[in-house]
Design a protein around this ligand. Structure first.
Ligand SMILES: *[C@@H]1O[C@H](CO)[C@@H](O)[C@H](O)[C@H]1NC(C)=O
Length: 387
């Protein structure tokens, strides 16, 4: 090896180390929290929808799928999954973090917020290592006295990633969340606080849809729900096109060669902005952080999430819907007018149902400049409803 090539290799190593550090691999913990890591075995058994069109191997196949999927219904193209479900059983390991205040106040630490992230993230969505005083939900909630349990959904982060992206779907993720909810409720995986007094499901986007579906299926599984970045009536026809989807293992083999081609990711930082952010309501630094730490998602998650059952009218606890005013992904760029119904009907049994539109925010609420205002709405709602 010549001297210049050794220098280049060293530079390469240093750059890799920088990227690793930047991509959140060195775990951040809020300073006033005690945090514990868990790896939790979970088995699920549920009906699933089966992929019933070509499974692509490359980006040519993927873009053709997106094009067919985004074509006006008049063309009569068949849907990508079967309409009748089939039985499925699987076992996974779920990587999770439980944080509780170092100095508890008012017994509030006995209320555990169980947070489910959306597509394109892992549990780091809730626990930003980037400017945590501005963007870290866990840190904010801890400082309000709450405990937080947050986890990598199957297919992301340090949880099991072996399930095919053509199979990993809404119904499976609802069952995983249901298992976690009952384990946490029973005082497992809650470190020093023992059995919680109450359990609150908190979601973002896909994480909100599965939280909604869980209390629809099992109304007693939580005491309150906070759903952010969720609506049912306003999704634009161009949503999936706007992602500029790529096969994840081809885009970044170093990180994702262990996932099958059913795992996809957006094309670049501008596709990330196009779907999750609204100018000038973000900083480039925050966007670049989310892009450097992004996670692939399963195409079957995207396809099946809208097919879950959201009628949670048997759920009686408080429910808050919190949406960004300029959310492209679930409101076609503007939430007022499409965020209240049918949410209100789905939660007609709730003893306190509220929808809030957070001004000056897009879909990725936790990484817009006013993220703290969203967090404040959430904890104010919890306090006003007795948690
Ligand atoms: C699978 O797709 C084919 C072709 O579109 C269709 O004829 C068939 O009914 C589908 N199967 C199921 C079980 O939905």
């Amino acid at each position: 090896m010549s001297i210049p090539s050794i220098l280049l290799s060293l530079l390469g190593l240093a750059l890799c180390a920088l990227v690793e550090a930047h991509s959140g691999k060195s775990t951040y913990y809020p300073p006033r929290a005690k945090c514990v890591e868990y790896l939790i075995p979970v088995s699920v058994s549920t009906p699933v929808l089966v992929w019933n069109t070509t499974k692509w191997e490359d980006n040519y196949g993927l873009v053709d799928y997106v094009s067919v999927d985004s074509t006006r219904v008049d063309a009569g193209f068949p849907g990508p999954v079967t309409t009748s479900p089939e039985p499925y059983t699987g076992s996974f390991k779920v990587a999770a973090t439980f944080c509780t205040p170092k100095h508890p106040k008012n017994g509030r630490e006995k209320t555990v917020l169980l947070a489910s992230h959306g597509l394109g993230f892992d549990r780091g969505y809730w626990n930003s290592a980037y400017e945590p005083e501005k963007y870290n939900f866990v840190q904010f909630a801890i400082d309000q006295g709450y405990s937080v349990f947050f986890y990598d959904r199957i297919g992301t982060g340090k949880s099991s990633i072996g399930l095919s992206g053509f199979v990993n779907q809404g119904a499976i993720q609802v069952k995983v969340l249901g298992s976690l909810a009952s384990l946490v409720k029973s005082g497992k995986y809650t470190s020093s606080i023992g059995t919680p007094k109450s359990l609150v499901l908190v979601g973002h986007s896909f994480g909100s849809f599965i939280s909604n579906a869980l209390v629809a299926e099992s109304p007693k599984s939580a005491d309150a729900v906070i759903l952010t970045g969720i609506a049912y009536a306003g999704v634009a026809a161009t949503t999936n096109e706007a992602f500029d989807l790529h096969v994840a293992s081809l885009q970044n083999p170093r990180k994702w060669s262990n996932r099958d081609p059913g795992y996809v990711t957006w094309g670049d930082v501008y596709a990330n902005i196009n779907t999750f952010f609204k100018k000038p309501l973000y900083t480039v630094g925050a966007v670049e952080f989310t892009d450097a730490t992004k996670q692939p998602f399963a195409i079957a998650e995207l396809v099946t999430v809208g097919l879950l059952n959201f009628d949670a009218s048997k759920f009686t606890g408080p429910a808050l819907y919190l949406n960004g005013e300029f959310d492209f992904l679930i409101c076609g760029g503007y939430c007022p007018g499409v965020a209240d119904q049918p949410a209100r009907t789905f939660f007609s049994g709730s003893r306190n149902f509220q929808t809030r539109i957070q001004p000056n925010t897009g879909h990725g609420l936790n990484f817009h400049k006013n993220a703290i205002d969203s967090y404040t709405i959430i904890t104010d709602f919890l306090q006003s409803t007795g948690f």
